[in-house]
Design a binder for this molecule. Structure first.
Ligand code: AP5
Length: 189
């Protein structure tokens, strides 16, 4: 039985970048994790069924469809053995408000050992979103991004209470990516 680690952070905080760096370091030490992007699982099903054309359309889908996609992704990922990283979100900003990324029926399947929140100052996240032409990001101000990070902390507390997993915060600041990578690698050893 391997370790199951959930890694979250608001869009553009750099979670995928930090995960990739940490996994490279661990590979050099012979420690292997399989990294699974929860959104990719959902997107594969949604695009196959003709519901979306790109990842950024998913959070605009009907709430019932998003929940069904979550359920399918949760079940499929829970069946994967060995050390697994699940790259996902504590909450998704939708036109109807925040949708929990890891509702009870998903988190119970996943049974995580640890939940990592990647965070940084909201102004830095805003700049990273503006600089990324490959994605259609929701336009929101720094204050709103800050509120989203706060909300995610509350969800993390609830998940820890429900599952008994630990919660770790990894700060991914501008010019300090290497520090974030080392911090995450340390948590995954
Ligand atoms: P997902 O693929 O997770 O999309 P995302 O949140 O937009 O994640 P990104 O990969 O775009 O951002 P990131 O934070 O990983 O940043 P990155 O490393 O690229 O999810 C897609 C969709 O799936 C969601 O929108 C949602 O609809 C759905 N979904 C997923 N999970 C779900 C769930 N559980 N329930 C329901 N729906 C779900 O970095 C961003 C930029 O910053 C890059 O240009 C990078 O070079 C730069 N950068 C990173 N670190 C630094 C640094 N230290 N200094 C300077 N620049 C930096």
């Amino acid at each position: 039985m391997g370790r199951r680690i959930i890694i979250t952070g608001v869009p553009g905080v750099g979670k995928t970048t930090v995960i990739e760096g940490a996994l490279k370091k661990l590979e050099e030490e012979g420690i292997a994790y399989r990294s699974i992007n929860f959104g990719s699982f959902m997107f594969d099903v949604a695009s196959r069924e003709g519901k979306v054309k790109d990842r950024d359309q998913m959070r605009k889908l009907d709430r019932g469809i998003q929940k069904e996609l979550q359920r399918m992704a949760g079940k499929a990922i829970a069946a994967i053995e060995g050390n697994v990283i699940i790259d996902t979100h504590c909450s998704i900003r939708t036109p109807q408000g925040f949708l929990p990324g890891l509702p009870e029926w998903v988190i119970t399947e996943l049974e995580p050992d640890m939940l990592i929140l990647v965070e940084t100052d909201e102004d830095q996240i805003l700049q990273r979103r503006l600089k990324d032409p490959t994605r259609i990001r929701d336009m929101e101000g720094g204050k709103s991004i800050g509120e989203h990070q706060q909300f995610n902390r509350m969800i993390a507390g609830a998940i820890a209470t429900q599952t008994g997993c630990t919660v770790k915060f990894v700060k991914n600041q501008d010019f300090l990516l290497e520090q974030a990578v080392l911090d995450m690698a340390e948590s995954l050893r």
